[in-house]
Structures are given as structure tokens and as C-alpha cells.
Design a protein around this ligand. Structure first.
Ligand code: T46
Length: 132
């Protein structure tokens, strides 16, 4: 499947923890966009789309949620609950995310600017593309 769980190095001391992400060193692509998601009710299902080219790293900076990733053949669920882990999702992966804790905050780092034309929002179209 076209995803990876990245482990970010933590600078921790008696003051608490800090994670720094630097281009070319700790990160798989040049970041063009950052967005945040919070305040989603537990049973809501977000996502329901794939991307043609976009790559993203999703960090659950607070709380928890579940990502269900699907490449058209295999489905895997990834539980995110740790700000030192980054879910690196490449292109052509159908994603749905749900089971949001009340304090869930997701920070998403994206390889491209927002473009609706990069989205595949129709599941049948996604299956057709992913199965060639
Ligand atoms: C993804 C998951 C993790 C913008 O105007 N700019 C943006 O950069 C984004 C991401 C969204 N929007 C607008 C488009 C919609 O009117 O915000 C609204 C909600 O977007 P969407 O329904 O696509 O949000 P999610 O939470 O379903 O999905 C988002 C990303 O779109 C997606 O790439 O992987 O977060």
C-alpha cells in the first residue's frame, strides 16, 4: 500500500517536547500547504476521496482518530494518537477518517497547493483508475 508511518525525532527535556520538521532532512517532500482539522464529531466520516498526484503527511497533534486507507484492492486502518508519528499518504489512495476523539486536532502537510482537480471524489472512478 502507498503509505508509511514516519517517526519524527523528539527533542524532549524537563520543559516538555518539541518536534521540528526540516525540508530535505526529516521530511519526504517540499511543503507547499499546511492545514488543520478539528472539532469533528466522533461518528462523522471525512475524506471519501483519493488524490491523483498529491502527497501528504498527516499528524495527529492532539487526541486520536482512525484512517481507513484503501488502494482499490486492500483496506487498512491506521490509528493515529501520537504527535511524533506522521502518516505519509501518497497518491491513488482512497481515504476515510473517523472515530474522532473530542480533542482530536490533525495537522496536514501537503506537497501541492489546494486544487479540486486533483481530487477523485467518485469511488467507482477511483476503482477504475486504481485497477488500471
Ligand atoms: C485529506 C484529508 C486528510 C480548501 O479550501 N483548501 C484546502 O487546502 C483543503 C484541504 C480544503 N479546502 C476546502 C474544500 C472543502 O470545501 O475545505 C472544505 C473541506 O475539504 P474536504 O471535504 O476535502 O476535507 P476532508 O477533511 O474530507 O479532507 C481533507 C483533504 O481535502 C484531503 O486531501 O487527505 O483532509
Amino acid at each position: 500500500m502507498n503509505y508509511q508511518l514516519l517517526d519524527f525525532p523528539i527533542h524532549g527535556d524537563h520543559n516538555g517536547n518539541l518536534i521540528a520538521l526540516e525540508k530535505g532532512k526529516d521530511f519526504p517532500f517540499d511543503i507547499r500547504r499546511v492545514y488543520y482539522i478539528w472539532g469533528t464529531k466522533s461518528d462523522i466520516i471525512r475524506g471519501k476521496h483519493a488524490h491523483k498526484n498529491l502527497e501528504q503527511v498527516i499528524v495527529c497533534v492532539s487526541g486520536s482518530c482512525d484512517f481507513v486507507l484503501n488502494n482499490g484492492t486492500v483496506k487498512e486502518t491506521v490509528h493515529l494518537d501520537n504527535p511524533s508519528k506522521g502518516l505519509y499518504v501518497k497518491h491513488n489512495i482512497w481515504r476515510e477518517f473517523t472515530n474522532f476523539s473530542k480533542d482530536c486536532v490533525l495537522m496536514v502537510l501537503a506537497s501541492e497547493y489546494y486544487s479540486e482537480s486533483d481530487y477523485i471524489r467518485n469511488y467507482d472512478e477511483f476503482l477504475k483508475e486504481s485497477r488500471g
